[in-house]
Design a binder for this molecule. Structure first.
Ligand code: HEC
Ligand code: HEC
Length: 312
């Protein structure tokens, strides 16, 4: 039985009924898409050469320095730009992408499960879609905009997998100055000269992880900036520490009142939030059912060697 479609026999039909249903596809070489609806099939989005699963020469693979934890799924990512266009990199914290830019991200457990698409439209807005693979790995169909909860997928933790809703995509992708999260100066640079307090390598790895997994919501520029908690390396290591170290949290979790207590990971709310998978407490709040134990250990080691900044 096809593991992906069995509980949702109408998924293909649903895809057709969505406002953005199956359609003519703009290939990557076409002008910036205007109001063309989303293609119903992944093979029509310009990722592959027509009629095959060979990657199109118009797409370029990339890997961010620090990845988002997705419950152990393997991931691949690609970008395509319309011919003759370029990325405006003048603001290193907010690269601007030309209309027609597309990004894909593929998630696999035993085989491919889901491929997500982000596309910049002619009017400057971004749209989000997810394509769900069939069990044979030959085609992926547009998922409903409200997502798919607890889809049976062999190889996924607990045998289930969630396709995020479009609203979930926007929650993570639109919490900062640009919706593109893994293709940025901070995520693609190989050399970072920002001075870091304490153990440099440990700090870079810990802050890099927090940047990739938390900064899309916790930063100084987005809608959650009122919390006054930034985990974005674009805001600078000093500013991150200023919002963490010996800072009272607004919300007590397991009676841990302080965000980060230098030298004491066990007393730090940040760690408790990362360990939790209680939906009311867990961080990040979306996209994961399983704690990232390796990352928790990394952040604990980093907090262990932190000392309170001078002047505190
Ligand atoms: C839990 C937060 C979260 C949710 C929910 C989420 N994303 Fe992402 N996404 C990220 C982060 C962080 C990255 C960059 C790091 C990485 O790729 O590992 C990313 C990367 C991507 C990329 C590669 C381009 C880029 O921004 O780096 C695409 C494409 C993408 N996501 C599409 C989607 C779509 C479509 C949805 C909804 C169906 C979605 N994402 C839901 C956090 C999220
Ligand atoms: C999808 C958006 C989102 C992501 C991603 C996210 N958070 Fe949060 N975080 C929130 C929201 C909303 C709150 C406030 C509600 C609450 O306290 O649960 C919050 C609150 C917190 C708090 C408590 C702050 C206080 O003063 O009470 C901490 C600590 C925290 N997050 C850490 C993290 C860490 C660490 C990560 C990454 C591992 C992360 N968050 C990822 C949305 C997010």
């Amino acid at each position: 039985m096809p593991h992906v479609f069995s509980p949702y026999p109408a998924i293909a039909l649903l895809a057709l009924l969505l406002p953005a249903g199956a359609s003519e596809l703009p290939g990557p070489a076409d002008a910036a898409p205007d109001l063309a609806p989303l293609p119903g099939r992944l093979s029509e989005t310009g990722l592959y050469e027509p009629g095959s699963l060979r990657l199109s020469p118009a797409v370029q693979a990339f890997t961010p320095n620090f990845a988002l934890w997705s419950d152990g799924a393997a991931k691949r990512r690609w970008i395509s730009l319309p011919p003759g266009t370029a990325i405006d990199r003048s603001d290193p914290a907010a690269w601007q992408f030309p209309p027609g830019t597309r990004f894909w991200k593929e998630f696999s457990h035993a085989g491919p499960v889901e491929t997500r698409l982000i596309e910049r439209l002619a009017d400057g807005t971004w749209r989000y879609a997810s394509y769900v693979w069939d069990s044979t790995g030959t085609e992926a169909l547009l998922a409903p905009a409200y997502g798919v909860l607890r889809m049976p997928v062999s190889g996924a933790p607990g045998g289930v997998y969630d396709i995020p809703s479009e609203e979930d995509c926007r929650m993570c992708h639109e919490g900062g100055p640009v919706p593109v999260l893994g293709f940025s100066a901070a995520q693609l640079s190989t050399v970072d000269d920002t001075p870091m307090p304490g153990n440099e390598t440990l700090a870079r790895d810990a802050l890099g992880y927090l940047h990739a997994n938390c900064a899309h919501c916790h930063n100084d520029r987005g809608p959650l900036s009122d919390i006054d908690l930034t985990l974005s390396v674009a805001d600078g290591a000093d500013r991150i520490l200023q919002t963490l170290v010996d800072r009272e949290a607004d919300t007590a979790v397991q009676s841990l009142r302080v965000r980060v207590v230098p030298g004491k990971p066990g007393d730090s709310q940040l760690v408790a939030r990362m360990k939790s998978r209680n939906p009311n407490h867990q961080m990040p709040p979306l996209g994961t059912r399983v704690t990232d134990d390796v990352a928790v250990a990394l952040v604990e080691r980093w907090i262990e060697q932190l000392t309170a900044p001078e002047g505190n």
